[in-house]
Design a protein around this ligand. Sequence first.
Ligand SMILES: NC(=O)c1ccc[n+]([C@@H]2O[C@H](COP(=O)([O-])OP(=O)(O)OC[C@H]3O[C@@H](n4cnc5c(N)ncnc54)[C@H](OP(=O)(O)O)[C@@H]3O)[C@@H](O)[C@H]2O)c1
Length: 343
Amino acid sequence: MKNTKIVLSSYPLGMPTEENFRIDETEIPNLKDKEFLVKTSYLSVDPFLRMLMNPSDESNAPSRDEGPITDLGQVMAGGNLGKVIQSKNKKYPEGSIVEGMLGWQSYPISNGWVNKRHNPAGVVICNSSLNVPISAFASILGRAGLTAFFCVTRELKPKKNDTVVISAAAGAGGSLAGQIAKKFGSYVVGICGSDAKVEYITKKLGFDIGINYKKDNIDLYSELKKVCPKGVDVHYDNVGGEIMQTITKLHNPGYRYRLVGIISEYNSIPKNKDFWSWPYEKPMFVVHDYTNEYEIGIETLSNWIKNDEIKYHEDIIEGIENTPKAFIGMLNGDNIGKRLIKI
Ligand SMILES: NC(=O)c1ccc[n+]([C@@H]2O[C@H](COP(=O)([O-])OP(=O)(O)OC[C@H]3O[C@@H](n4cnc5c(N)ncnc54)[C@H](OP(=O)(O)O)[C@@H]3O)[C@@H](O)[C@H]2O)c1
């Protein structure tokens, strides 16, 4: 049995390419005291991982604050869901299903270590009594889903007849954020990057309107103005950049805005630029602030799933060797829902 790892082999300039990664195979060492060995079932590819791929120098100091950088030759940081198959740690007995930032590899070893800044929950044991498919713990019940859940229910608190606008609306977080806003009775507009995504969020998820911001010759401001005649009350921002600035022009007095992500900027954090001098809200929403409440979020969301009150889609790619390609594809927008890699 060998551990297959996706390793960072060179730093990307702008959008990563498959050449920035290589596959290594190594022997699995014997476990030390307090360690456990996991057989991976799913890997998660997430936008923020791009920020961890920059060289460790002053130029990326702000993104280093987000967590550990993946240095050259190291296994890529990334979410990992699997089963404990050997254990020298009583807290993680054999047979438990666990989820954590264990990297893009097939047999991670961990001691459940908690990185306070990056992943305060550490490696968590998934509650199998909830009777949901285990992949859900890496998608809707994972950080992407919990981000939408806590940001919408605790911070944005959309009300009946509010106009809510969501960017990256067909992705993992956006697709859930919109459905939760519908549960509150809001009028929900989603912005996303294809007609298929517009169809998905409106026909399958119940958004009121979808706008394909990549349509030829689109004037996003005019489109938005047309579909948001009463302005925008709530803005769930997954992307930053021009889309953020355009929506901002329609904010009503008393609007609620949360910056959740800046995916339009992750490939281009410029050298020596003060990240927070950009036109963004500070501090940004951080799902980790709700770590102590994850259990309640997971239970609520799993009840909503079982009662068919919300839907979710997992965009599953098979094979660890396809992880870099799947990650780059997600950054380019070719996913609907949460992209996972099945191992
Ligand atoms: N603050 C937190 O605690 C936290 C936690 C989790 C995630 N996040 C952030 O939330 C955002 C969404 O994450 P997710 O995991 O749910 O990913 P996702 O939405 O499933 O996938 C990313 C999507 O972003 C869109 N996108 C890519 N480049 C874009 C650009 N230049 N302009 C506009 N849209 C672009 C693409 O969809 P289109 O086809 O629509 O372009 C792509 O499908 C990310 O910014 C992520 O970093 C934040």
